[in-house]
Design a protein around this ligand. Structure first.
Ligand SMILES: [Zn+2]
Length: 134
């Protein structure tokens, strides 16, 4: 996933109805069915099919607001950790295709090379950051 996609996800999250979205909870004087979602106390519940899929969809929607925020925060933490761990020195490969700079032990590309590419895709201020994903 490119930084622009993450930026678009963050923008969509910020534009959602604020607050805690609910399903299967007390709502006003009644109880909200587990197949319905409330995004705001000012709006009627979003009713889904009252079967298992509808209840699962309602749970997914109701938790998406918080879950996406948690995932974005965790991604930012992971990016910072990778940035601290990655060796910025370039890879150099032997004739067997193994990176000698980082002691590559597997047949995959060097983890440092992949980490540098990953950070490059997700670096803040990446020129591809823009309106993608809207
Ligand atoms: Zn390497």
């Amino acid at each position: 996933m490119r930084r622009s996609n993450i930026t678009a996800i963050r923008r969509r999250l910020a534009a959602t109805t604020p607050g805690v979205w609910k399903t299967g909870d007390r709502f006003g004087s009644g109880t909200l069915g587990s197949h319905a979602v409330v995004l705001s106390g000012n709006l009627p519940p979003l009713e889904l099919q009252p079967d298992r899929n509808g209840r699962n969809d309602a749970a997914f929607i109701a938790h998406a607001h918080q879950d996406v925020a948690v995932l974005l925060a965790e991604l930012e933490t992971a990016l910072a950790i990778i940035d601290d761990l990655v060796d910025p020195d370039p890879c150099w490969y032997d004739h067997g295709g193994k990176c000698q700079a980082h002691g590559q032990a597997s047949d995959e590309r060097c983890a440092h090379a992949r980490a540098q590419e990953f950070l490059g895709r997700h670096a803040k201020g990446n020129p591809s950051e823009g309106n993608a994903g809207r």
